[in-house]
Design a protein around this ligand. Structure first.
Ligand code: ATP
Ligand SMILES: Cc1cn([C@H]2C[C@H](O)[C@@H](COP(=O)(O)O)O2)c(=O)[nH]c1=O
Length: 252
């Protein structure tokens, strides 16, 4: 009997091992100490999957494709993005990014973080309901962009986001800012300059040294479809591994 993919997405019947057929995925499950029987019979939390990279690296394109592919394969998934410009705090951030208002640099950094914290209860609820979240930028953008400004240390920038839900996977779409700028004209938003983005990239590279996080660096110069296949494979593994682990706390 055929079913539309939304109906299938709503049924969380041991989808992890059913779809995780490759050797790598099975190995990851065993490394996480999960027996295949338990994994087939139960359903646990969703995974927090973050896509990061410089402006125009292809994050939004890949987030959308990933969510669609996960839903089609029966895994509940939703997209989120930061900044979320729809909230009151998000509107302050939007006005700042569009250069309609000026804010002191510490203030805007804390607003970006507050924008994540105001959505933290919703994120946690969805993860606990078994919905995987595919997130377009997260605290890593927060740290990389602010610490690219003079006088801001990585350590200071990280502090407000300590304790947020820890991503199970951070996919870094690596692309040189000059190549990224070719993809679409930078608009008039703050931060849209290749020189600033080059410093941002260096800050991301410092953050990626943190081995307590599952960073996967993806060559974003590949075609949209090749990138998608790679991203989907990493995400399926992360979903399988995360299923029976508690939600971690970022940078704790
Ligand atoms: N792999 C790719 N190869 C070539 N062009 C791409 C690729 N991925 C996305 N693009 C194009 O690059 C542009 C930027 O893509 P997208 O909006 O997904 O990037 P982004 O990282 O989300 O950007 P921003 O940082 O501004 O939010 C779009 O025109 C998109 O069609
Ligand atoms: C989450 C976050 C983002 N930024 C910067 C990065 C980008 O230049 C803009 C957001 O642009 P998008 O097209 O909506 O992705 O904001 C930041 O400085 N701090 C942050 O925490």
């Amino acid at each position: 009997m055929s079913m539309c993919f939304k109906e299938r997405a709503g049924i969380r019947w041991g989808h992890s091992l059913y779809f995780a057929s490759s050797h790598i995925k099975q190995q990851a499950v065993h490394q996480a100490g999960i027996s295949s029987t338990r994994s087939k019979m139960s359903h646990g939390r969703g995974a927090l999957i973050v896509l990061e990279g410089v402006d125009k690296a292809g994050k939004t394109t890949q987030c959308k494709k990933l969510v669609n592919a996960l839903i089609e394969s029966g895994r509940p998934a939703e997209i989120m993005r930061f900044p979320d410009r729809t909230t009151q705090i998000g509107q302050l951030i939007n006005a700042y990014l569009e250069k309609k208002s000026n804010l002191e640099d510490h203030v805007v950094h804390l607003l970006f973080s507050a924008n994540r914290w105001e959505l933290e209860p919703l994120m946690r609820k969805k993860l606990e309901q078994g919905i995987s979240l595919v997130v377009d930028r997260y605290a890593f953008s927060g740290v990389a962009f602010t610490s690219a400004k003079p006088g801001f240390s990585l350590e200071w920038c990280m502090k407000p986001d300590v304790g947020l839900p820890k991503p199970d996977l951070v996919l870094f779409l690596q692309l040189h800012p000059l190549d990224a700028a070719q993809r679409g004209q930078y608009g008039s938003e703050r931060y849209e300059s290749s020189d600033f983005q080059k410093v941002v990239l260096q800050r991301f590279e410092q953050l990626m040294k943190d081995k307590s996080l599952n960073w996967q660096v993806i060559n974003a110069a590949k075609s949209i479809e090749d990138l998608h296949a790679e991203i989907k494979s990493h995400s399926e593994t992360a979903i399988t591994v995360a299923e029976f682990q508690p939600i971690g706390k970022l940078w704790k």
